[in-house]
Design a protein around this ligand. Structure first.
Ligand SMILES: CC(C)(COP(=O)(O)OP(=O)(O)OC[C@H]1O[C@@H](n2cnc3c(N)ncnc32)[C@H](O)[C@@H]1OP(=O)(O)O)[C@@H](O)C(=O)NCCC(=O)NCCS
Length: 179
């Protein structure tokens, strides 16, 4: 494995880059404070900018690890930060788990698919990761469409809960394996 950390990546419309504490205002306003975005995510809605600053401080620390992958999704045209995408190692399954979320205003414009394709290309072809996992709540099938678009295959039903254990939901698990 040739780990490189969350280095800057680009697509036609998007820059994928590390998040920083100075992004707090945009992160809070564009997605982290929205219940509709967090509804099926493992994190809970940020109640104030303090929550966002605390999260970004953690991210800044995490970036010191060479195998830590979380990018902010920035639009080239407007420089707006619209969401984030990550690939985090799950020890139990020995797989990198993909997660993503973007602000409501930016849904349905292909941004997540475009970002995920670039992230997968980087992780597979430049880092050498071969086993991936992705899961979505059964009540959130749209997320499964994005997974299928980049080649993930459904493997099983499961059960997920948020980090703080206040949200629990049935989920569908997908894998992508590189031979
Ligand atoms: C799920 C989510 C990331 C999708 O992001 P997005 O940028 O809107 O997705 P894309 O535009 O790349 O859509 C890819 C495909 O999914 C389908 N899709 C996306 N949103 C849809 C919607 N609201 N209704 C129906 N189909 C939808 C479409 O088939 C779309 O392709 P098309 O536009 O070419 O037809 C976004 O809705 C989101 O952030 N939701 C909240 C957080 C979340 O649920 N994260 C995933 C947790 S597992």
């Amino acid at each position: 494995m040739n780990h490189k950390g969350s280095i800057r990546l680009e697509t036609k419309r998007i820059v994928l880059r590390k998040l920083k504490v100075s992004d707090a205002e945009q992160v809070f306003k564009n997605w982290a404070s929205d219940d509709e975005v967090s509804k099926y995510m493992r994190w809970t809605t940020h109640k104030s900018m303090k929550d966002t600053v605390n999260w970004l401080k953690e991210e800044e620390k995490n970036y010191k690890k060479h195998n830590y992958y979380t990018w902010g999704i920035e639009l080239k045209e407007t420089k707006e930060l619209i969401g984030s995408i990550s690939a985090l190692y799950r020890k139990g399954e020995k797989r990198y788990e993909i997660g993503y979320g973007i602000g409501k205003k930016y849904w349905r414009q292909g941004y997540t698919t475009e970002s995920l394709k670039r992230v997968m290309d980087f992780l597979i072809n430049e880092v050498g990761i071969k086993k991936f996992r992705c899961a979505h709540a059964k009540l959130n099938p749209v997320s499964g469409i994005v997974m299928q678009k980049v080649g993930f295959k459904y493997v099983k039903d499961d059960y997920s809960e948020s980090f703080d254990k206040t949200k629990k939901y049935e989920s569908k698990v997908y894998y992508l394996d590189i031979k």
